[in-house]
Design a protein around this ligand. Structure first.
Ligand code: CTP
Ligand code: CA
Length: 217
């Protein structure tokens, strides 16, 4: 099995020393890469900026990128060759409309930034997905969680969507544990207990491999 995996945040530059980013650490995505490799799968790990070392497994090739656009270009190159796509990255939805060539100087009492929408990697690649390919997305919601996650499943042509819970202590950004609910296209809802991200990664990889094999083997 060949896997394309996006992970970590993206950084969108504002000037040579500043960027817009988010709190994703990449831990869940890197744990998924390790868990796939542990089953013998080869993984192209397309990673935004993180403090994590590139996984040592020879089955994992790590491609480091910074912006959403760079992540898209790397993912678009790997996508046609992969059996399974996993979009675990926290991609910035918008980027500054222009990047100042020099460091921006402190001037007025307020500063308004103009932002423009980034490419949606999962949606764009979802339109190219072949019948024998399998796509998994993540969603983080704070209101109408199941409905929003279901909407993303359809809009982004995912086979499974992993809904992250922010309500539970110890889950989400920066934690070593995570609590998720997985939705499929048949409307099935699978609830998982709070568990270590490494353990959850193994659970999700097993689920993805079972579903992939059931449909395409
Ligand atoms: N995603 C992506 N490219 C983007 C934004 C999101 O590939 N530019 C992927 C994420 O990696 C994730 C899924 O789409 O697998 C859902 O991301 P999310 O931020 O929850 O969805 P959005 O469509 O950006 O909606 P919103 O942030 O408004 O909830
Ligand atoms: Ca988003």
């Amino acid at each position: 099995m060949r896997v394309l995996l996006t992970a970590g945040p993206t950084y969108e530059p504002l000037d040579p020393v500043r960027f817009l980013g988010n709190r994703s650490t990449g831990k869940m995505g890197y744990a998924l890469a390790e868990a796939f490799a542990a089953t013998g799968a080869t993984v192209t790990l397309i990673s935004g900026p993180t403090a994590l070392p590139a996984p040592a497994s020879p089955l994992i090739s790590t491609v480091r990128v910074e912006t959403a656009q760079q992540m898209y270009e790397a993912a678009a190159e790997a996508a046609p060759l992969a059996d399974v796509w996993v979009f675990a990255a926290a991609v910035a939805d918008y980027r500054p409309a222009s990047v100042a060539p020099e460091k921006m100087k402190k001037e007025g009492d307020t500063l308004t930034l103009e932002l423009v929408k980034n490419v949606d990697i999962a949606t764009t690649l979802g339109q190219t997905k072949r019948a024998e390919q399998f796509s998994v997305g993540f969603a983080l919601e704070t209101t109408n969680e199941l409905a929003h996650a279901q909407g993303k499943l359809l809009r982004k042509n995912f086979d499974l969507v992993v809904l992250n819970s922010l309500r539970d202590a110890g889950a989400g950004f920066g934690h070593d544990t995570n609590k998720v609910t997985v939705l499929d296209r048949a409307g099935q809802v699978l609830n998982f207990e709070l568990q270590a991200k490494s353990e959850l990664a193994r659970t999700l990889v097993a689920l993805i491999q079972t579903r992939f094999t059931a449909v395409y083997a």
